[in-house]
Design a binder for this molecule. Structure first.
Ligand code: DCS
Length: 282
């Protein structure tokens, strides 16, 4: 089943207007929520970020966030989702094409579930990353539907045999094409501050909390490309990639080229949080 505004419908019944502003302008926002063993992971944080994205683009959702949260839970149950994701987006609705906000359009909300296994092999072995210039707009803090900058960066990485692109604006490392970046340098974890240049990832926040619990030194400060290339350990974090070790950047090994001990400790703590979530639904 698919959630379209306030109705649960079959996929074949769910249609999008060709003049929907999400389709024509990317005029909307979205969230991707992880589900483990039927239980949504960090759902309230995703909903709070969605509410913020909506405010920042001055978009009124069709109904309130509390009602939406209930409906997302219902969607997971209706689809008997075990391990997977919920994708949800809200656009400024359909109206004759013109850039300015339409006066009479209603926002359009769609959400669906997808089964998705955890990337266990990559979590174990790590991935290769590719550095590329961050060409996106200057409001990366909004989880907007406009993903062309990220799409092009990711494809460039894939074409080079890498699983993720690490973006930099000039000398400064910002984030991944669909993830946040942490680098362990001189025994301190560095990650870019949550300002307009990055998305404040829900996984990023969770990892920062774990680092604090484990007494790992952290500096929420940007690093340069040069510093990144000298890091002992690098991870990228996201809802679907979790805490993903990066073992090479543009062909150069990170540390000795194997997954480092600090990364392993973070992964173990994150696993415990996942297990806790999954056990709540059973
Ligand atoms: N930065 C960018 C640019 C992202 O697209 C994402 C996640 C993140 C950081 C990490 O944020 P979360 O920890 O909240 O997931 N992007 C989502 C996406 O488009 N697919 O999966 C996750």
């Amino acid at each position: 089943m698919i959630l379209v505004n306030d109705r649960f419908v079959e996929r074949t019944e769910a249609t999008v207007d060709i003049e929907d502003r999400g389709y024509q302008f990317g005029d909307g926002v979205y969230e991707v929520i992880r589900v483990y063993g039927g239980a949504p992971f960090l759902l309230d944080e995703h909903m709070a970020r969605l509410a913020r994205s909506l405010r920042e683009i001055r978009l009124e959702p069709p109904y309130g966030i509390d009602e939406l949260t209930d409906k997302i839970r219902r969607l997971i149950t209706l689809n008997a989702l075990g391990d997977g994701i919920v994708y949800l987006q809200i656009t400024r609705g359909a109206s004759p094409r013109t850039h300015g906000f339409p006066k009479n359009a209603h926002s359009v909300l769609t959400a669906y579930t997808q089964t998705l296994d955890r990337p266990l092999q990559a979590l174990q072995e790590g991935i290769r990353a590719h550095l590329t210039e961050d060409i996106r707009w200057l409001r990366c803090d909004i989880k907007s539907l406009n993903l062309l900058g990220s799409v092009l960066a990711k494809q460039e990485a894939l074409d080079k045999g890498c699983a993720e692109a690490i973006l930099h604006r000039g000398k400064t490392v910002t984030e991944g094409s669909a993830s946040n970046v942490f680098a362990l340098i001189g025994g301190v974890w560095f990650t870019h501050p949550a300002n307009h240049l990055i998305l404040d990832g829900i996984t990023r926040r969770s990892v920062l909390r774990i680092m604090q619990e484990l007494d790992m030194p952290v500096k929420v400060e940007a690093v340069t490309v040069e510093q990144l290339l000298a890091a002992e350990e690098i991870i990228v974090t996201s809802t679907t990639q979790e805490i993903m070790p990066v073992v090479a950047v543009d062909g150069r090994p990170v540390g000795d080229g194997s997954v480092g001990p600090w990364t392993r400790r973070l992964q173990a703590a994150f696993e415990a949080a996942i297990r806790e979530t999954a056990s709540r639904s059973s």
